[in-house]
Design a binder for this molecule. Structure first.
Ligand SMILES: C[S@@+](CC[C@H](N)C(=O)[O-])C[C@H]1O[C@@H](n2cnc3c(N)ncnc32)[C@H](O)[C@@H]1O
Length: 249
């Protein structure tokens, strides 16, 4: 299934959950605070900007931010919140599309580097991030840590999250380094029916990301377990990694 088929009109219209989930202030607040700091007064680009969950509050904090986004329905939703002058968006693939100009910060959050399904595309994405950056500029990646340790021998599915009315299952293909996330949302009337949203990903370990950064001429500056700077440990379910291009001599 193509990303453009996944991020269709229906997905775009139901993406925003103001005040809750990934739009909760306790999620977005630290994310935006850290990105403001990392932008250091310069310009930023969000790869896979989506409906502007992060870009809109970042622009409101005074950071000039542009986006790259594959899905026109997601861009249309963003346009209900910010016009082209406030958040310019290039429609295209984050592995290849180019926002004009030089930037201090490129960021790719909410596990979206894994939406690129091959190693070649992910390496191209790192190279594209580096192309957008001024010397000393930063590329920030937020990504989950693959949960292979939770897989008993012979089993390929892991429950990644469950709460009232929702269950999330990841099915792993460890031979090809692929995972499909299945999000089941049950209706309120006794849960007899569920809506299913499925997305394919290529999972990546932090060490492989570091190597991709190296191929693109960047080095790891910091890795934390979250946006507030918690220590990244063997138990951390995800990480925020900051890569940096070399300073000008
Ligand atoms: C989980 S959403 C994240 C959106 C936004 N970054 C956020 O944090 O809310 C994933 C987004 O990635 C976009 N996307 C997937 N593959 C892409 C690609 N190759 N280039 C650009 N955008 C892509 C999808 O269209 C979708 O808008």
């Amino acid at each position: 299934m193509l990303q453009s088929e996944i991020w269709d009109d229906e997905a775009a219209k139901s993406y925003d959950t103001p005040g809750t989930g990934m739009f909760a202030p306790e999620v977005l607040g630290p994310t935006v605070d850290r990105l403001v700091e990392l932008a250091g007064g310069g310009r930023a680009v969000e790869f896979a900007v989506g409906t502007g969950r992060v870009a809109v509050p970042l622009a409101q904090r005074g950071v000039p931010v542009s986006g790259i986004e594959l899905s026109q329905p997601m861009i249309d939703q963003l346009r209900t919140k910010a016009d082209e002058a406030t958040i310019p968006v290039v429609a295209g693939d984050m592995a290849t599309a180019r926002v004009p100009g030089e930037h201090q910060l490129v960021y790719l959050v909410f596990n979206t580097v894994s939406n690129l399904l091959t190693q070649d595309e992910q390496v191209a994405c790192f190279r594209n991030a580096a192309r957008h950056l001024a010397p000393g500029g930063r590329f920030v990646v937020e990504l989950w840590v693959p949960e292979l340790r939770k897989l008993p021998p012979g089993q390929s599915a892991v429950v990644c999250q469950s709460s009232t009315g929702y269950i999330g299952l990841d099915t792993y293909d460890v031979l090809h380094q692929q995972v499909v996330s299945h999000h089941f949302r049950f209706d309120a009337s006794g849960g007899r029916e569920a809506r299913l949203f499925r997305s394919p990903h290529r999972y990546v370990w932090p060490a492989e990301l570091d190597l991709m950064a190296q191929l693109a001429g960047m080095t790891l500056e910091s890795r934390h377990a979250d946006w507030s700077g918690a220590e990244f440990t063997a138990q951390s379910p995800s990480h925020v990694s900051v890569y940096r291009t070399a300073e000008a001599r």
